[in-house]
Design a protein around this ligand. Structure first.
Ligand code: XMP
Length: 508
């Protein structure tokens, strides 16, 4: 077991994720854990995370000095390295004249142990205002950058290492190699942990948390809620009931897929609520996108609430929150708010249910792996992100059933062609938009006057920025031909070539 001590850094979970990537078991604990607890965990090595504080400040997060006497390797990252320097004899940390943020060029002087087989020069990711002025007794300076003289330090005898940069971040080109060296050269860790183990641990944790209590979940058709529900069901079986609110704004076939997968194949008690008419009635004539969102979010809560009421004695609610949602909403103590989340399914607090969150510490690709291990169909596991308000924000102007059906047909063709071309996974989102206008065309010898479909396909890492996808012409060609031929009322297809910014991914 690798123990990661968290000092409040943005990247603590990312360190855990990297260790998991090497199939090594790790666990994260707060820095204030006692020495006795650490001994009980009996880790083979410890990693100190980064953190936003200054080690020299009064009350800065520390660690029991006894960890250095355990005789196990320790790797300190950023704040973690500075803490090492502060606590060990002879070391000194002070405020740097110049902080270092972002990419930096690293020069390494040693090829020993942690630094074995690394290139001497490489790019690293830095984020610090303090620096190590003097290394503790027994340590050597192992690397530097232009602004930081101690960019890495090592006591090769005691296997204590510090790096000022962040090896867990992708921008640190040799980061994975360094972590690999730590795990397999220095501590000879066993690479025998995998996602099936994660599921088993989660299953016992959930059983402990809920006991005999009743649990509900909301299914949206998306991968996160699907995987979360499947794990919880594995843990507690029929104590779980899932509620699926069909607002009529889903893509073609999605409601059926959810019913089939969860209700039939997984045999999860499933309440299917046909709320199409309710949603459409409230959306009738509504033009403004934000009003649409508000109505949909609000009505979703109404319906969910009504259904949850019918199930007696519910005490827990499953949420498919994943780690990036936690960071983006500023959910960890220290990490800053990057984007406030706006998922439909933000359920009212008065419901007073305790949350069960089996994916809380996982990254999207890990959630997908778990979905695969659990045997969920690949259409769900590899589903592209889809907005909670669904097709309502892809119909410009008022939404009605006829327009929904036109958009569903056109969108299904987009999905099929993208899938056939093998592009689903590399494209972040691909979909059709139905604008509120018509144009003239000709079909056979007839004049037509129909809707255009706007084709939108973007590449992105996190939806914060995006670029329009360079779809192959043949793919665009077949999408266009099929839509115009097969979807009556549509006589034209156009492609949106706007990046984000200045555009957004959605049209509303
Ligand atoms: P934009 O259009 O802002 O979208 O570039 C960024 C990402 O968020 C999704 N999106 C939403 N998701 N409720 C959601 O749950 C919403 O109201 C909403 N609006 C946009 C969008 O699909 C993209 O992935």
């Amino acid at each position: 077991k690798i123990l990661i001590l968290d000092f409040g850094g943005q990247y603590s979970q990312l360190i855990a994720r990297r260790v998991r990537e090497f199939n090594v078991y790790s666990l994260i604990k707060g820095h204030d854990i006692s020495l006795a607890e650490i001994k009980a965990i009996d880790p083979v090595a410890i990693i100190f995370s980064g953190g936003p504080d200054s080690v020299t400040a009064v009350g800065a997060p520390g660690v029991d000095q006894g960890v250095f006497e355990l005789g196990i390797p320790i790797l300190g990252i950023c704040y973690g390295m500075q803490l090492m320097a502060q606590l060990l004899e002879g070391g000194k940390v002070e405020k740097a004249e110049q902080g270092e943020y972002g990419k930096a060029d690293l020069e390494i002087f040693s090829q020993q142990n942690l630094f074995k087989d690394l290139e001497n020069y490489s790019q690293v990711w830095m984020s610090h205002g303090d620096h190590v002025k003097e290394v503790p007794t027994g340590f050597k300076v192992v690397a530097q950058t232009e602004t930081t003289t101690v960019a890495a330090m090592a006591d090769f005898e005691r296997n204590l290492y510090g790096v000022q940069f962040h090896p867990e971040v992708n921008h640190t080109v040799q980061g994975k190699k360094i972590l690999h060296n730590f795990l397999f050269r220095i501590i000879n860790a066993r690479a025998n942990w995998n996602m099936a183990d994660y599921i088993n641990e989660e299953v016992s944790r959930i059983r402990k948390q809920v006991g005999q209590g009743k649990v509900i979940c909301g299914l949206s058709g998306g991968v996160d809620s699907a995987v979360a529900s499947a794990i919880v069901h594995k843990a507690i079986g029929d104590q779980l009931t899932c509620i699926f609110v069909d607002h009529g704004l889903l893509r073609k076939g999605e409601a059926e897929q959810v019913k089939r997968t969860f209700g039939e194949e997984f045999n999860i008690p499933l309440v299917y609520v046909d709320a199409k008419a309710r949603f459409l009635a409230r959306l009738a004539g509504v033009q403004d996108p934000e009003t649409k969102r508000k109505i949909i979010g609000d009505e979703f809560i109404n319906v969910f609430d009504e259904e949850a009421e019918k199930i007696k004695d519910v005490r827990y609610l499953v949420q498919g929150t994943i780690y990036s949602d936690v960071i983006e909403s500023g959910g960890t103590d220290k990490a800053a708010t990057i984007k406030s989340h706006h998922n439909v399914g933000g359920l009212p607090e008065e419901m007073n249910l305790e949350l069960v969150e089996p994916l809380h510490f996982l990254f999207k690709d890990e959630v997908r792996k778990i979905g695969e291990v659990l045997g969920l169909p690949s259409e769900i596991v590899w589903r592209q992100p889809f907005p909670g308000p669904g097709l309502a924000i892809r119909i410009i102007g008022p939404v009605d059933w006829d327009k929904l059906e036109i958009l569903r047909e056109a969108d299904a063709i987009v999905q099929e062609e993208i899938r056939t071309a093998g592009l689903t996974r590399e494209i972040w989102q691909s979909f059709a938009v139905l604008p509120d206008l018509r144009s003239v065309g000709v079909m056979g010898d007839e004049r037509t006057y129909g809707y255009p479909i706007i084709l939108r396909a973007v590449t992105s890492d996190d939806a914060m920025t995006a670029d329009w996808a360079r779809l192959p012409y043949e793919v665009m060609q077949s999408i266009s031909t099929r839509i115009v031929n097969q979807v009556s009322e549509v006589n034209r297809v156009v492609y949106d070539i706007t990046s984000k910014p200045p555009g957004t991914i959605e049209w509303e």
